[in-house]
Design a protein around this ligand. Structure first.
Ligand code: ASP
Length: 305
């Protein structure tokens, strides 16, 4: 059984001057995860460790450095699914957790499948995960963007002012930097496939808004018999087509991972939806498929052999 690991750092219009940092961030997460995988760690441990690296890297829209809501706050969502037990743990609307993926992992091990808001924070306290202040998750880059928008109702994008309506709407939403949700799929030596995601959501989202990232079947799905998928992009469109589950269904029908990923993205783009994003698949034999209809997608992967 080959071991395999794939990580991504979002599918949007990653600005030219941030491409290197995205590469480096994906490589760093891959390195940490691969080392563990080679030492025989479980896919669950590997996903958590890799995602923590990306949550701690302010270049990504996950953990510290996430985009801000219209209220100027950070609200985080994350999830993890174990393809062998089909257990699932998700958290959403977190304002005071540094590494949401670790809390999602605790949820997976507990009685619930999804916890949100204050209940999730209480669950964190009960599991000795410390709470931080929301401002500790905010970086200067995002604060400046938010303040510019607040002051003028517009932000500069490629030298052109774009107003809030344009930003909230694709395709502009995909063109303003910083929408870089992170995801991981790991296949361990025992054939366990695990998928995990973490995000700060979309730029200037409404407080309380939850996208696809933490939703089973939309942002992620894992079944060690069939394959695992993680998705990123415009969450409202991804959720409407249950993109991750759709991609897994295509695998189950016999499509190769690359064809399944491409077909899933075509269904996302179809009218009337006109969605945008990316999808990564990993099959039990270590084969990878990936497709996106945004300008760029950041990723790194390694497969034994
Ligand atoms: N899918 C995420 C969301 O809509 C954003 C992203 O993937 O960049 O919350």
């Amino acid at each position: 059984m080959p071991i395999a690991l794939v990580v991504h750092g979002g599918a949007w219009d990653i600005p030219d001057d941030q491409v290197e940092a995205h590469h480096a961030g994906c490589q760093a997460a891959l390195k940490v995860g691969w080392q563990l995988l080679r030492q025989g760690a479980s896919a669950l441990d590997v996903c958590e460790a890799s995602l923590r690296v990306m949550e701690d890297d302010p270049i990504f829209d996950a953990g510290i450095g996430s985009v801000l809501t219209t209220a100027g706050t950070v609200e985080l969502d994350a999830a993890v699914m174990d393809g062998t037990t089909l257990r699932y743990g998700a958290v959403a609307n977190l304002r005071r957790i540094r590494n949401p993926i670790s809390l999602a992992r605790k949820v997976l091990e507990g009685p619930a499948t999804m916890l949100v808001g204050e209940g999730a924070e209480q669950f964190a306290i009960d599991h000795e995960i410390p709470l931080i202040e929301n401002h500790e998750l905010i970086v200067e880059r995002e604060r400046a963007l938010w303040e510019a928008w607040k002051a003028s109702g517009a932000v500069l994008h490629h030298g052109q002012p774009r107003n809030i309506q344009q930003i909230a709407d694709p395709p502009y939403a995909s063109e303003v930097g910083g929408h870089d949700t992170v995801g991981v799929i790991a296949l361990d030596q025992h054939g366990n496939l695990v998928a995990a995601n973490s995000t700060g959501g979309t730029l200037f989202k409404l407080p309380g808004r939850i996208g696809d990232t933490a939703l089973i079947g939309a942002g992620l799905y894992a079944d060690s018999q069939i394959g695992a998928a993680v998705c990123t992009g415009w969450g409202e469109s991804i959720t409407r087509v249950a993109l991750a589950r759709r991609a897994i269904d295509l695998l189950e029908r016999g499509l190769a991972p690359q064809s399944a990923a491409e077909s899933a993205i075509r269904s996302l783009a179809r009218q009337p939806l006109g969605g945008s994003g990316g999808c990564i698949l990993l099959a039990p034999n270590g084969q990878i498929g990936m497709a996106w209809n945004t300008r760029r997608m950041a990723y790194a992967y390694q497969v034994e052999g």
